[in-house]
Design a protein. Structure first.
Length: 133
């Protein structure tokens, strides 16, 4: 029995995402979780970037909630991707109402809490009127 490991699943999700085959990428994400392999920031980053390019706000928000539920630590790369995605969300969407609460856990290196993310987002896009708790 050859069950894919975390690296294999991550590469498949990333590859299909980059090709714009997001239904397939999402299928591999579901299979990954069903096999007991937890997706990491790399997997979510790949999906977020592709949904951002597609302008799919609903899927971006769904992924942010999945990330928060799984306790994904927001390192500098995923934080940058989230900021890019949020800056592309249409003006008529209240970003504060759609953002999940992320874990306050930090990792070694350049990680960021949800409050720090909101402060950075507010500084770079004051028109969104976001405030950290």
């Amino acid at each position: 029995d050859l069950t894919p490991d975390a690296i294999t699943f991550s590469l498949l999700v990333s590859w299909f995402s980059k090709l714009g085959l997001l239904d397939e990428a999402k299928m591999f994400l579901k299979n990954m979780i069903a096999c007991g392999v937890e997706p990491d920031a790399f997997v979510f980053d790949s999906l977020l970037r592709s949904y951002c390019l597609r302008g799919d706000t609903e899927e971006i928000v769904n992924l942010l909630y999945q990330m928060a539920d799984k306790g994904v630590v927001l390192d500098s790369e995923i934080t940058s991707t989230i900021l890019e995605c949020l800056s592309e969300i249409p003006d008529d969407v209240d970003v504060m109402k759609i953002l999940p609460t992320f874990s306050q856990e930090t990792s070694k290196g350049a990680s960021i809490t949800c409050n720090e993310l909101l402060v950075k987002l507010n500084n770079s896009h004051p028109e969104l009127r976001l405030y950290a708790a």
